[in-house]
Design a protein around this ligand. Structure first.
Ligand SMILES: Cc1cc2nc3c(=O)[nH]c(=O)nc-3n(C[C@H](O)[C@H](O)[C@H](O)COP(=O)(O)OP(=O)(O)OC[C@H]3O[C@@H](n4cnc5c(N)ncnc54)[C@H](O)[C@@H]3O)c2cc1C
Length: 425
């Protein structure tokens, strides 16, 4: 009898594994549609990663939405998902709770500019919806069993707990940011339930190079256009604030290109980043600038000759590549070389030899293919199982797109699970 009662308390209609944004949204949607939800997380509090987002300010979503903002393993169109829970639905969701948002050039943040507002907002919503949160419970196994002819899930935690559920929503994130709890362990669980996993790779991450000369420019931050050249693929470019590091390049334009770079590197292909340190100059203006400089008095050091074009450390780096020093007299350098140095400022090549690791990555490229879920995000391999968030093979560019995907997919998974109250057959 005691055992039966215990089992009852450990029984739920839907178990949500992972209390990140996708799991919180899924739990809220399921509970508000009347399902008793149990929410598991390896961390002691919900939304651990949310606190770290947007540099502590949480870039929740973005008013500019188009298909170029997301990558998937196939050519899947995400618009049907965003039609069910759009950016505007997301904004309404928070504002109807009195959590006001604001945008800076389309990038949407909580009005408080504090990521904690969103994590605490979820705590409040989940408490009201009577979602039962199980802190510090890492799920280690998930199995199907049969009860009175109906398929049910048995959930086991690392600490030895056993729970029973009619439906399960896997929302444990990918492999990025393991310091926040998402260590990629749910891929194994998904595989055991017949899913495949496209190789997870770090994305929104710095690019590394074995070029030791880059140290000369470490610490520089500047506006630049970065073009990624990958063997067998079209070049892709991004412009924004570039950061030079002693190990490679970083900053928003690099982050935006990092998923593509990671995939090509993983396939053994050559990857080069070409940096334009003067992206504002149109061709005509630039040719005139070269002609003017090379026609000028050269009785000065190279640092003076090239003054006003690029950061001094960048100039040092470019000169170093040509075996020159900034103190050398410009008159001692052939005019073609002076012009060549100026060309290097528009097309400085960095050989990309790797990416930062998952601890440095903001998101995972790869995961469970969208072809293995239906429009409700229910698994086509294992009915009653739903998937939401970063565990799926969807990664967005920087700018609030990953949280929007987490919220959209969480809402769809949670409300869809609630649609079929009768449970899995
Ligand atoms: C530093 C940083 C900054 C970011 N900034 C932004 C931003 O400003 N805007 C934006 O859109 N995106 C941002 N992202 C990305 C965004 O945070 C993620 O894409 C998003 O949180 C994914 O949500 P999720 O719910 O799928 O997974 P997660 O947020 O990773 O949550 C998964 C949860 O599941 C738990 N879990 C995992 N495995 C288990 C298990 N076996 N048992 C129990 N619990 C488990 C984890 O502890 C974790 O709490 C940032 C990411 C990082 C790392």
């Amino acid at each position: 009898m005691r055992q039966a009662r215990e089992k009852e308390s450990r029984y739920c209609e839907v178990a949500v594994i992972g209390a990140g944004p996708s799991g919180c949204m899924a739990s809220a949607a399921a509970a508000e549609n009347g399902l008793r939800a149990l929410l598991f997380d390896a961390n002691d509090r919900i939304g651990r990663k949310i606190y770290a987002t947007g540099g502590g300010r949480c870039n929740l979503t973005n008013l500019r939405m188009d298909k170029e903002c997301y990558h998937t393993g196939g050519s899947e169109d995400l618009s049907a998902f965003f039609a069910r829970f759009s950016v505007q639905d997301h904004i309404r969701f928070w504002e109807s709770e009195g959590i006001w948002l604001h945008d800076r050039q389309g990038y949407v943040y909580p009005r408080t500019d504090q990521a904690a507002t969103i994590a605490e907002g979820f705590e409040k919503i989940l408490r009201r919806a009577q979602v039962e949160f199980l802190p510090g419970q890492r799920v280690s196994d998930l199995r199907l069993y049969s009860e009175e002819g109906k398929r049910r899930f048995l959930i086991q935690t690392e600490s030895g707990g056993q729970y029973f559920a009619r439906k399960v929503i896997l929302a444990g994130g990918g492999a990025a940011g393991p310091q926040y709890g998402s260590v990629g362990d749910l891929y194994r669980i998904a595989r055991a339930l017949s899913h495949s996993v496209r190789k997870p790779l770090p994305a929104l991450v710095p690019l590394l190079s074995d070029d030791r000369d880059l140290k000369a420019a470490a610490g520089v931050r500047c506006d630049a256009k970065v073009t990624l050249l990958r063997e067998g693929a079209e070049p892709v470019s991004e412009r924004g604030e570039l950061q030079m590091t002693d190990k490679g390049i970083s900053g928003i334009p690099v982050f935006q290109l990092s998923a593509a770079a990671a995939r090509s590197l993983d396939e053994g292909k050559t990857v080069t980043a070409v940096i334009d340190f003067l992206p504002d100059f149109e061709e005509e203006k630039w040719s005139a600038e070269i002609a003017r400089r090379t026609g000028e008095d050269k009785d000065c050091m190279l640092s003076v000759f090239f003054l006003g074009l690029v950061n001094r450390k960048v100039l040092d780096l470019i000169l170093r590549k040509r075996g020159l020093q900034a103190e050398k007299k410009a008159s001692k350098v052939p005019v073609e070389v002076l012009a060549g140095i100026m060309e290097d400022m528009r097309g400085f090549k960095v050989k990309v030899t790797g990416t930062g690791d998952f601890r440095q990555a903001q998101v995972t490229s790869g995961g469970i293919p969208l072809s293995e879920v239906d429009g409700d995000l229910q698994s086509v391999k294992c009915r009653g199982l739903y998937l939401a968030g970063e565990i799926l093979d969807v990664d967005g560019i920087c700018g609030g797109y990953n949280l929007q995907w987490a919220m959209t997919s969480g809402w769809i998974a949670g409300s869809s699970a609630a649609k079929e109250r009768s449970g899995t057959k």
